[in-house]
Design a protein around this ligand. Structure first.
Ligand SMILES: Cc1ncc(COP(=O)(O)O)c(C=O)c1O
Length: 359
Protein backbone atom coordinates (compact mmCIF):
# COMPACT_ATOMS: atom_id res chain seq x y z
CA UNK A 1 0.00 0.00 0.00
CA UNK A 2 2.45 2.64 1.30
CA UNK A 3 5.04 1.75 -1.36
CA UNK A 4 2.68 2.27 -4.23
CA UNK A 5 1.23 5.61 -3.18
CA UNK A 6 1.16 7.92 -6.18
CA UNK A 7 0.62 11.58 -5.18
CA UNK A 8 -0.01 12.32 -8.85
CA UNK A 9 -3.42 10.69 -8.51
CA UNK A 10 -4.41 13.31 -5.94
CA UNK A 11 -2.92 16.14 -7.94
CA UNK A 12 -5.18 19.08 -8.76
CA UNK A 13 -5.39 19.03 -12.54
CA UNK A 14 -6.69 22.61 -12.54
CA UNK A 15 -3.29 23.77 -11.25
CA UNK A 16 -1.31 22.18 -14.09
CA UNK A 17 1.51 24.47 -15.17
CA UNK A 18 1.56 26.43 -11.92
CA UNK A 19 5.07 26.80 -10.52
CA UNK A 20 5.98 27.47 -6.86
CA UNK A 21 6.39 31.16 -6.08
CA UNK A 22 10.14 31.16 -5.69
CA UNK A 23 11.33 34.75 -5.53
CA UNK A 24 14.90 34.87 -6.81
CA UNK A 25 17.31 34.48 -3.91
CA UNK A 26 20.51 36.35 -4.68
CA UNK A 27 22.46 37.61 -1.68
CA UNK A 28 24.95 40.31 -2.61
CA UNK A 29 23.20 41.76 -5.63
CA UNK A 30 21.54 45.16 -5.72
CA UNK A 31 17.85 44.41 -5.29
CA UNK A 32 15.65 46.67 -7.37
CA UNK A 33 13.09 43.94 -8.04
CA UNK A 34 10.59 43.94 -5.16
CA UNK A 35 9.47 47.57 -4.68
CA UNK A 36 10.61 47.72 -1.07
CA UNK A 37 11.69 50.85 0.78
CA UNK A 38 15.47 50.82 0.19
CA UNK A 39 16.35 53.28 2.95
CA UNK A 40 17.51 52.38 6.45
CA UNK A 41 14.64 51.58 8.79
CA UNK A 42 14.48 54.47 11.31
CA UNK A 43 16.75 53.50 14.24
CA UNK A 44 14.35 55.08 16.75
CA UNK A 45 11.49 52.86 15.62
CA UNK A 46 13.68 49.76 15.60
CA UNK A 47 14.87 50.45 19.13
CA UNK A 48 11.32 51.05 20.28
CA UNK A 49 10.31 47.69 18.79
CA UNK A 50 13.15 45.87 20.52
CA UNK A 51 12.16 47.47 23.84
CA UNK A 52 8.58 46.27 23.33
CA UNK A 53 9.53 42.66 22.68
CA UNK A 54 7.81 40.79 25.50
CA UNK A 55 8.65 37.31 26.86
CA UNK A 56 5.18 36.01 25.98
CA UNK A 57 5.89 36.73 22.29
CA UNK A 58 7.81 33.45 22.31
CA UNK A 59 5.79 30.93 24.29
CA UNK A 60 2.24 32.18 23.86
CA UNK A 61 0.08 32.39 20.78
CA UNK A 62 -0.46 35.86 19.36
CA UNK A 63 -3.82 37.61 19.65
CA UNK A 64 -5.74 35.84 16.88
CA UNK A 65 -7.71 38.98 16.06
CA UNK A 66 -4.76 41.42 16.36
CA UNK A 67 -7.11 43.59 18.41
CA UNK A 68 -4.67 46.33 19.39
CA UNK A 69 -3.38 46.78 15.86
CA UNK A 70 -6.94 46.76 14.49
CA UNK A 71 -7.92 49.36 17.08
CA UNK A 72 -4.98 51.60 16.12
CA UNK A 73 -5.78 51.29 12.43
CA UNK A 74 -9.46 52.01 13.05
CA UNK A 75 -8.64 55.14 14.96
CA UNK A 76 -6.10 56.24 12.34
CA UNK A 77 -8.63 55.88 9.50
CA UNK A 78 -11.61 56.99 11.63
CA UNK A 79 -13.57 53.80 10.89
CA UNK A 80 -14.94 51.06 13.15
CA UNK A 81 -12.81 48.11 14.24
CA UNK A 82 -15.40 45.93 12.48
CA UNK A 83 -14.30 47.52 9.18
CA UNK A 84 -10.74 46.19 9.42
CA UNK A 85 -8.89 42.92 9.07
CA UNK A 86 -5.14 42.33 9.20
CA UNK A 87 -3.25 39.58 7.45
CA UNK A 88 0.14 37.96 7.09
CA UNK A 89 1.02 40.42 4.35
CA UNK A 90 -1.68 41.56 1.97
CA UNK A 91 -0.83 38.40 0.03
CA UNK A 92 -2.63 36.36 2.66
CA UNK A 93 -5.62 38.69 2.47
CA UNK A 94 -5.78 38.29 -1.31
CA UNK A 95 -5.98 34.51 -0.86
CA UNK A 96 -8.61 34.96 1.86
CA UNK A 97 -10.70 37.16 -0.44
CA UNK A 98 -10.61 34.42 -3.07
CA UNK A 99 -11.46 31.70 -0.53
CA UNK A 100 -14.32 33.68 0.98
CA UNK A 101 -15.86 35.10 -2.19
CA UNK A 102 -14.25 33.61 -5.28
CA UNK A 103 -14.63 29.82 -5.08
CA UNK A 104 -16.46 28.65 -8.19
CA UNK A 105 -16.89 32.24 -9.39
CA UNK A 106 -15.10 34.61 -11.72
CA UNK A 107 -12.44 37.07 -10.63
CA UNK A 108 -12.13 39.98 -13.06
CA UNK A 109 -8.62 41.40 -12.99
CA UNK A 110 -7.55 44.69 -14.65
CA UNK A 111 -4.44 43.31 -16.41
CA UNK A 112 -1.49 43.39 -16.72
CA UNK A 113 -1.09 43.62 -12.98
CA UNK A 114 0.24 41.91 -9.83
CA UNK A 115 0.48 38.20 -10.64
CA UNK A 116 -0.72 36.98 -7.24
CA UNK A 117 -4.35 37.93 -7.95
CA UNK A 118 -4.56 35.31 -10.69
CA UNK A 119 -2.48 32.76 -8.78
CA UNK A 120 -4.52 33.03 -5.56
CA UNK A 121 -7.73 32.92 -7.59
CA UNK A 122 -6.67 29.63 -9.16
CA UNK A 123 -5.51 28.20 -5.84
CA UNK A 124 -8.95 28.96 -4.41
CA UNK A 125 -10.70 27.34 -7.39
CA UNK A 126 -11.92 30.66 -8.78
CA UNK A 127 -11.68 31.52 -12.47
CA UNK A 128 -9.44 34.52 -13.18
CA UNK A 129 -10.60 36.67 -16.12
CA UNK A 130 -7.96 39.10 -17.36
CA UNK A 131 -9.65 42.30 -18.54
CA UNK A 132 -7.04 44.15 -20.57
CA UNK A 133 -6.10 47.68 -19.59
CA UNK A 134 -6.05 50.12 -22.52
CA UNK A 135 -3.09 51.14 -24.71
CA UNK A 136 -1.67 53.32 -21.90
CA UNK A 137 -2.33 50.62 -19.28
CA UNK A 138 -5.23 52.59 -17.82
CA UNK A 139 -8.22 50.68 -16.48
CA UNK A 140 -10.95 50.27 -19.12
CA UNK A 141 -13.92 50.82 -16.79
CA UNK A 142 -16.51 49.98 -19.44
CA UNK A 143 -14.74 46.73 -20.25
CA UNK A 144 -14.60 45.83 -16.55
CA UNK A 145 -18.35 46.49 -16.17
CA UNK A 146 -19.10 44.42 -19.29
CA UNK A 147 -16.88 41.59 -18.09
CA UNK A 148 -18.52 41.50 -14.65
CA UNK A 149 -22.07 41.53 -16.09
CA UNK A 150 -24.86 40.83 -13.62
CA UNK A 151 -23.27 37.85 -11.92
CA UNK A 152 -21.78 38.41 -8.44
CA UNK A 153 -18.02 38.07 -8.65
CA UNK A 154 -14.78 39.63 -7.46
CA UNK A 155 -13.13 42.52 -9.32
CA UNK A 156 -9.56 43.56 -8.59
CA UNK A 157 -7.84 46.81 -9.46
CA UNK A 158 -4.36 47.64 -8.32
CA UNK A 159 -3.96 51.41 -7.79
CA UNK A 160 -1.28 52.55 -8.48
CA UNK A 161 -0.84 49.51 -10.65
CA UNK A 162 2.02 47.08 -10.22
CA UNK A 163 3.94 46.71 -12.58
CA UNK A 164 2.97 49.65 -14.80
CA UNK A 165 2.76 52.46 -12.20
CA UNK A 166 -0.53 53.64 -13.72
CA UNK A 167 -2.97 55.57 -11.57
CA UNK A 168 -6.77 55.11 -11.50
CA UNK A 169 -9.01 57.95 -10.27
CA UNK A 170 -11.48 57.48 -7.40
CA UNK A 171 -14.14 58.67 -9.89
CA UNK A 172 -13.43 55.66 -12.11
CA UNK A 173 -13.50 53.29 -9.13
CA UNK A 174 -16.79 54.82 -7.96
CA UNK A 175 -18.28 54.43 -11.47
CA UNK A 176 -17.26 50.76 -11.44
CA UNK A 177 -18.42 50.01 -7.88
CA UNK A 178 -21.75 51.70 -8.57
CA UNK A 179 -22.41 49.60 -11.70
CA UNK A 180 -21.71 46.03 -10.62
CA UNK A 181 -23.07 43.40 -8.22
CA UNK A 182 -19.53 42.39 -7.39
CA UNK A 183 -17.01 42.96 -4.66
CA UNK A 184 -14.57 45.59 -5.96
CA UNK A 185 -11.14 45.27 -4.39
CA UNK A 186 -8.73 48.19 -4.79
CA UNK A 187 -5.20 47.24 -3.84
CA UNK A 188 -3.45 50.39 -2.61
CA UNK A 189 -0.09 48.77 -1.78
CA UNK A 190 1.75 51.78 -3.31
CA UNK A 191 -0.66 54.63 -2.52
CA UNK A 192 1.84 56.44 -0.25
CA UNK A 193 3.90 57.23 -3.37
CA UNK A 194 1.07 58.73 -5.42
CA UNK A 195 -2.55 58.57 -6.52
CA UNK A 196 -5.69 59.15 -4.48
CA UNK A 197 -7.00 56.65 -1.99
CA UNK A 198 -10.48 55.16 -2.33
CA UNK A 199 -10.95 54.93 1.44
CA UNK A 200 -13.33 57.96 1.42
CA UNK A 201 -15.59 55.99 -0.97
CA UNK A 202 -16.09 53.08 1.43
CA UNK A 203 -19.09 54.68 3.15
CA UNK A 204 -20.95 55.09 -0.09
CA UNK A 205 -20.09 51.76 -1.73
CA UNK A 206 -20.56 48.75 0.58
CA UNK A 207 -19.20 46.49 -2.18
CA UNK A 208 -15.83 48.28 -2.11
CA UNK A 209 -12.73 47.05 -0.30
CA UNK A 210 -9.34 48.73 0.05
CA UNK A 211 -6.23 46.64 0.57
CA UNK A 212 -3.08 48.10 2.15
CA UNK A 213 0.32 46.89 3.29
CA UNK A 214 3.14 47.82 5.66
CA UNK A 215 5.61 46.18 3.25
CA UNK A 216 6.34 49.01 0.82
CA UNK A 217 6.50 52.66 2.03
CA UNK A 218 6.73 51.59 5.67
CA UNK A 219 9.63 49.20 5.28
CA UNK A 220 8.14 46.14 7.01
CA UNK A 221 8.23 43.64 4.13
CA UNK A 222 10.05 41.12 6.32
CA UNK A 223 7.41 41.31 9.05
CA UNK A 224 4.49 40.41 6.76
CA UNK A 225 1.63 42.72 7.75
CA UNK A 226 -1.18 43.81 5.44
CA UNK A 227 -4.69 45.00 6.18
CA UNK A 228 -7.97 45.76 4.52
CA UNK A 229 -10.88 48.12 5.01
CA UNK A 230 -14.37 46.99 4.02
CA UNK A 231 -17.95 46.79 5.26
CA UNK A 232 -18.51 44.83 8.50
CA UNK A 233 -20.43 42.15 6.53
CA UNK A 234 -17.51 41.60 4.16
CA UNK A 235 -15.00 41.55 7.03
CA UNK A 236 -17.12 39.00 8.92
CA UNK A 237 -17.10 36.61 5.94
CA UNK A 238 -13.32 36.89 5.69
CA UNK A 239 -12.86 36.28 9.41
CA UNK A 240 -14.68 32.95 9.09
CA UNK A 241 -12.00 31.49 6.86
CA UNK A 242 -8.83 33.09 8.16
CA UNK A 243 -6.00 31.12 9.76
CA UNK A 244 -6.32 31.29 13.57
CA UNK A 245 -3.04 33.05 14.43
CA UNK A 246 -2.19 34.59 11.11
CA UNK A 247 -0.08 37.56 12.26
CA UNK A 248 2.63 36.83 14.80
CA UNK A 249 3.05 38.81 18.02
CA UNK A 250 6.20 40.64 16.99
CA UNK A 251 4.70 41.74 13.69
CA UNK A 252 1.51 43.00 15.35
CA UNK A 253 3.62 45.12 17.69
CA UNK A 254 5.95 46.24 14.85
CA UNK A 255 3.03 47.45 12.73
CA UNK A 256 1.65 49.38 15.72
CA UNK A 257 5.08 50.97 16.20
CA UNK A 258 5.21 52.04 12.56
CA UNK A 259 1.77 53.64 12.86
CA UNK A 260 2.82 55.44 16.02
CA UNK A 261 6.02 56.79 14.41
CA UNK A 262 4.48 57.22 10.98
CA UNK A 263 5.90 60.71 10.49
CA UNK A 264 9.45 59.31 10.65
CA UNK A 265 8.85 57.55 7.33
CA UNK A 266 7.94 60.72 5.46
CA UNK A 267 11.59 61.53 4.71
CA UNK A 268 12.30 58.26 2.95
CA UNK A 269 8.96 58.36 1.09
CA UNK A 270 9.76 61.92 -0.08
CA UNK A 271 13.27 60.83 -1.04
CA UNK A 272 11.90 57.96 -3.13
CA UNK A 273 9.54 60.33 -4.96
CA UNK A 274 12.42 62.71 -5.80
CA UNK A 275 14.70 59.86 -6.83
CA UNK A 276 11.92 58.41 -9.00
CA UNK A 277 11.94 61.63 -11.04
CA UNK A 278 15.74 61.54 -11.42
CA UNK A 279 15.73 57.87 -12.32
CA UNK A 280 13.01 58.48 -14.89
CA UNK A 281 14.98 61.34 -16.48
CA UNK A 282 18.17 59.29 -16.59
CA UNK A 283 16.34 56.34 -18.15
CA UNK A 284 14.69 58.54 -20.78
CA UNK A 285 18.09 59.79 -21.92
CA UNK A 286 19.17 56.31 -22.95
CA UNK A 287 18.50 55.83 -26.68
CA UNK A 288 15.72 53.34 -27.38
CA UNK A 289 14.31 53.40 -23.85
CA UNK A 290 10.58 54.03 -23.41
CA UNK A 291 9.44 54.77 -19.85
CA UNK A 292 5.79 54.75 -18.83
CA UNK A 293 4.33 57.41 -16.50
CA UNK A 294 4.34 56.22 -12.90
CA UNK A 295 3.09 57.39 -9.52
CA UNK A 296 4.52 54.40 -7.64
CA UNK A 297 8.03 53.57 -6.35
CA UNK A 298 8.99 51.74 -9.53
CA UNK A 299 9.29 52.39 -13.26
CA UNK A 300 7.97 50.26 -16.11
CA UNK A 301 10.02 50.46 -19.28
CA UNK A 302 11.27 48.86 -22.46
CA UNK A 303 14.67 49.33 -24.10
CA UNK A 304 14.25 48.22 -27.69
CA UNK A 305 16.42 45.17 -26.87
CA UNK A 306 14.95 41.80 -25.76
CA UNK A 307 13.85 42.35 -22.15
CA UNK A 308 14.89 38.88 -20.98
CA UNK A 309 18.44 39.43 -22.22
CA UNK A 310 18.66 42.86 -20.60
CA UNK A 311 17.38 41.36 -17.34
CA UNK A 312 20.02 38.60 -17.46
CA UNK A 313 22.76 41.03 -18.45
CA UNK A 314 21.98 43.27 -15.49
CA UNK A 315 21.91 40.31 -13.12
CA UNK A 316 25.38 39.29 -14.33
CA UNK A 317 26.44 42.84 -13.48
CA UNK A 318 25.00 42.47 -9.97
CA UNK A 319 21.73 44.38 -10.38
CA UNK A 320 18.41 42.60 -10.11
CA UNK A 321 15.27 44.17 -11.60
CA UNK A 322 12.10 42.47 -12.85
CA UNK A 323 11.33 40.95 -16.22
CA UNK A 324 7.65 41.38 -17.04
CA UNK A 325 6.16 39.43 -19.93
CA UNK A 326 2.76 40.80 -20.95
CA UNK A 327 0.92 38.22 -23.06
CA UNK A 328 0.02 39.72 -26.43
CA UNK A 329 1.74 43.03 -25.66
CA UNK A 330 5.41 42.21 -25.47
CA UNK A 331 8.12 42.04 -22.87
CA UNK A 332 9.00 44.82 -20.45
CA UNK A 333 11.16 45.56 -17.43
CA UNK A 334 10.34 47.03 -14.04
CA UNK A 335 12.86 48.69 -11.77
CA UNK A 336 12.21 49.74 -8.17
CA UNK A 337 13.47 53.13 -7.06
CA UNK A 338 16.47 52.35 -4.87
CA UNK A 339 18.87 54.61 -3.04
CA UNK A 340 20.56 57.27 -5.17
CA UNK A 341 23.71 55.14 -5.29
CA UNK A 342 21.79 52.02 -6.36
CA UNK A 343 19.90 53.96 -9.03
CA UNK A 344 23.14 55.35 -10.46
CA UNK A 345 24.73 51.92 -10.56
CA UNK A 346 21.63 50.55 -12.27
CA UNK A 347 21.74 53.28 -14.95
CA UNK A 348 25.48 52.70 -15.58
CA UNK A 349 25.06 48.95 -15.80
CA UNK A 350 22.01 49.26 -18.06
CA UNK A 351 23.98 51.50 -20.42
CA UNK A 352 26.82 49.00 -20.58
CA UNK A 353 24.49 46.01 -21.09
CA UNK A 354 22.74 47.85 -23.94
CA UNK A 355 26.04 49.02 -25.46
CA UNK A 356 27.58 45.55 -25.55
CA UNK A 357 24.66 43.32 -26.40
CA UNK A 358 25.10 39.57 -26.21
CA UNK A 359 21.90 39.20 -28.21
C1 LIG B 1 0.15 45.26 -5.66
C2 LIG B 1 0.65 44.41 -4.55
N1 LIG B 1 -0.20 43.95 -3.65
C3 LIG B 1 0.21 43.19 -2.63
C4 LIG B 1 1.53 42.83 -2.50
C5 LIG B 1 1.92 41.93 -1.39
O1 LIG B 1 2.38 42.66 -0.34
P1 LIG B 1 2.55 42.03 1.11
O2 LIG B 1 3.99 42.13 1.41
O3 LIG B 1 1.70 42.89 2.00
O4 LIG B 1 2.06 40.62 1.07
C6 LIG B 1 2.47 43.30 -3.42
C7 LIG B 1 3.89 42.92 -3.30
O5 LIG B 1 4.68 43.04 -4.17
C8 LIG B 1 2.02 44.10 -4.47
O6 LIG B 1 2.85 44.56 -5.41
Amino acid sequence: MGDSFDPGRLKRQDLNGMEPYDAYYAPGVIRLDANENPHDFPAEVREYMVSRMEPQFFGRYPDSMARELVRDLASFFAVGTENIMVGNGSDELILNIMLAFGVGRKVHIASPTFSMYGIHARVAGAAPVNVQRDQDFEVDVEAMIRSAGEEPSVIIICNPNNPTGTVTSPEDIAALAGSVNSLVVVDEAYIEFGGQSCIPLLDKYPNLMVLRTFSKAFGLAGMRVGYLLASPEVVRELMRIKQPFNVNSFSQMAARAVLKFRSLFQDSIGRIIIDRKNLEQNLRQIPGVKVYPTVANFLFFSTGAPAGEVYRGLLEEGVMIRFIGVPGRGDYLRVSVGTERENNIFIDKLKSVLAAPKF
